[in-house]
Design a protein around this ligand. Sequence first.
Ligand code: ATP
Ligand code: MG
Length: 402
Amino acid sequence: MKYKKKDLIVGLDIGTSKICAIVGKVKEGKLDILGAGVVQSEGVIKGVIVNIAQVSACIKKVIRIAELDAGRRIDKLWVSIAGSHIEGKDNQGFVLITGQDRIITGKDVEEALRRASSIVLPAGREIIHILPQDYIVDGQNGIKDPVGIRGAQLQAKVHLVTAPSSYCQNIDDSIRDAGYEVEGLVLQPLASGVSTLLPEEEDLGVALLDIGGGTTDLAVFLKEGLRFTRIFAVGGDHLTNDIAVGLHTTRENAEKIKLDYGVASVDLIDRDEYLEVEGVAGRGRYKVKKSVVAHIIQLRIEELFELVDLELRSSGYKGLITSGVVLTGGSSLLPGIDKKAEEKLKLPVRVGYPRISSPEKLLSPVYATGIGLLLFGLKRREEIASKERIGVKIKEWLKEFF
Ligand SMILES: Nc1ncnc2c1ncn2[C@@H]1O[C@H](COP(=O)(O)OP(=O)(O)OP(=O)(O)O)[C@@H](O)[C@H]1O
Ligand SMILES: [Mg+2]
């Protein structure tokens, strides 16, 4: 195995259904996927780590697989974070420009960002992302990089993402116990967005919905930035559960039925044949119509999109997502889910696949977050490096989040 080098970048997606590690190599600013590993997730409920020992064991296993696949040793990881108690909040910070000739410096920008992120947080919460949205210099908005511009007053508008400190601590502990280090935490839908969205969608306005196993992550992007986040504790596992309850069978059988016959709408059933279901604890096999399965799924999926619609409306972003909606995550592979989303949300919908050249097996919505972690990590590293090249020393606190 070759020895570790700085050109390596690794994403670890800790999902409710699976934990995957993807190893990339950075060459001339481009990402080359070297290998990956995936294991079934244990110790994660609705996107949140609830058993450090189990998650840590999964991480050890998955990293070993990824290391062998990539032929490289791994040390640092860009890790995904989710959970229904993650929240987004807009804030702003001002600074008066007092330096020579009133030319805005990197230090001024840093100070404006520091002020914008100085919010009083309830005990046990912390900021995981400080996402600059816009800079305003003497009232002029829409400035992407104010360094070098003259002005008397600089205003930084940011979107802050906060999470319970316990979420971050449990991730850190699981990774440290497995023998690795966290390079950065990335909100799951932010990572999925980076890998699946087109620049014009992010600019015009788009809602990303990552429908995984335990959670559905909603993120609104507008003018190239994340504007709104909400994580619902509902995902594909609920479909499986509903099928298990509705058909009186085990979750394993229900999952198989969902993957083999599941569709998002009863209308999609052409020939309503019977399928065989294995009863619980030796109760024998019996027959159920495919439309019954479709009906169970349809009810839950409709309920989910109604929830999303309500959230989009109350956030005020419903009318601003001109590009529509992008579905990703494993449950976006359910046939007909895009049409169902269109019907319920009354917006154009497409299914988002990772937009990167990669081994075929990773080009699935299941790996949108994993691949997004690499792209996000790469972008962050480049931003920090380019700022440092022009003499801006980014402080440690900012490096971690920004
Ligand atoms: N072809 C398919 N049709 C329907 N559902 C599918 C299909 N493939 C995968 N799924 C479902 O996708 C879910 C897993 O998706 P994913 O791998 O994105 O979840 P995760 O990232 O582990 O979980 P989360 O992000 O919610 O914490 C499971 O519920 C699985 O049954
Ligand atoms: Mg996921």
